[in-house]
Design a protein. Structure first.
Length: 355
């Protein structure tokens, strides 16, 4: 019988819940990329000293280990060939959360019972080392290997982007750039100036959108701007509501013009199609200004944006921004958001990771 397709395995193992589903999904995506082009993975293994001249043979996921326990499944197993010798590397894979249970002890105990020349190497793959004496391959090293291998494989490029989106890997281990070193004081000034724009906006926005909970002191606005600059790459604030869709405002870097833009946007998870369709529908029925841009596949489904350099003062920027929630109110988009329902704890955690 032929092996199941990658898509079938992704669907099958995504039926788990919460962190386990994401872990299974990410493992399957990695295995698919390795099957298509193993070199980036081999480069990562060489860099951490797990292999030398070994060649790739096969990769498997969710491998049953009945001898260890009836429900034991190994996350990822890679078999290698070095000359006439074969060897295996077993990976305990972690995404977003730590190891739980006794699987590492169980695997190590089982491996110790095997003949010396048949023992696999037990290692971990995840955001941090699981044990001092356990070889560790990080997602950061995977990302680095994708770049340095020069691969153009869509599977590897998409995996790299996905790891960045879920904050398992990023560009912050790369060398400092001159523009970054020169931008420390400028970044501080930008945050303080944005706070002067957004604080009076937020103070008026809580009155326009009843039930919203924008930060309304300059210190809270600055703290929030810094928080989201670090976590999401853009200094923003949001309405802090418990609904399945919300409103955020702030600044972001626009690649096409290579400068900063001010904006306000209605957001909802890209896969929540029904909620998004209701918002788009209400925007149409309510006559929302066509200047609000629409995105069908991004978190920011409705947005108004303007270059920060076009404003003559902070007051000018604030006045422009304040008018935007009024437009949403007149179109009854804001009134719709509570009707979409409240986020569950699991959905809220997922948004914290992806949004």
């Amino acid at each position: 019988m032929a092996d199941a397709s990658t898509l079938s395995r992704l669907f099958l193992y995504a039926k788990a819940t919460a962190a386990e589903a994401r872990e299974n999904f990410t493992t399957e995506a990695l295995a698919a990329a390795i099957r298509l082009e193993p070199e980036p993975f081999l480069l990562a293994l060489r860099r951490i000293g797990l292999i030398e001249g070994d060649a790739f043979e096969a990769v498997a996921t969710q491998v049953p280990l009945v001898a260890v326990g009836p429900a034991r499944k190994l996350d990822l197993a890679v078999s290698m060939v070095a000359g006439a010798c074969r060897r295996a590397i077993w990976f305990e894979v972690k995404v977003l959360h730590d190891v739980s249970g006794d699987q590492l002890v169980a695997y190590a105990s089982y491996i110790a019972t095997l003949p010396t020349d048949q023992r696999p190497t037990l290692a971990s793959l995840g955001p941090k080392r699981l044990a001092p004496d356990l070889p560790w391959l990080s997602w950061q090293e995977i990302r680095r290997a994708v770049i340095e291998s020069g691969t153009t494989s869509p599977a590897w490029m998409d995996l790299k982007r996905y790891l960045e989106e879920i904050h398992m890997a990023d560009a912050y281990s790369e060398p400092f750039q001159p523009s970054e070193l020169a931008g420390v004081q400028a970044t501080r000034a930008l945050l303080w100036k944005l706070a002067r724009v957004l604080t009076p906006f937020a103070q008026q926005a809580v009155g326009i959108w009843k039930g919203s909970n924008w930060p309304t002191t300059e210190k809270k606005v600055r703290d929030t701007l810094g928080k989201y600059l670090l976590s999401h790459g853009a200094p923003t604030i949001n309405g802090n509501t418990p609904y399945r869709a919300g409103v955020s405002a702030g600044a972001y870097h626009e690649p096409s013009t290579n400068d900063a833009w001010l904006g306000i946007w209605v957001w909802a998870k890209p896969s929540w199609f029904a909620d998004r369709d209701r918002i788009f529908g209400q925007a149409d029925v309510g006559g929302l200004d066509p200047a609000w841009e629409r995105q069908t596949s991004e978190w920011e489904l409705l947005g108004r944006y303007r270059r920060l350099a076009e404003f003559t003062s902070q007051d000018d920027a604030t006045a422009w921004l304040v008018e935007r929630p009024r437009e949403l109110e007149r179109a009854e988009v804001l009134a719709l958001l509570p009707k979409l329902g409240v986020l569950s704890a699991e959905e809220e955690a997922d948004i914290d990771v992806e949004g």
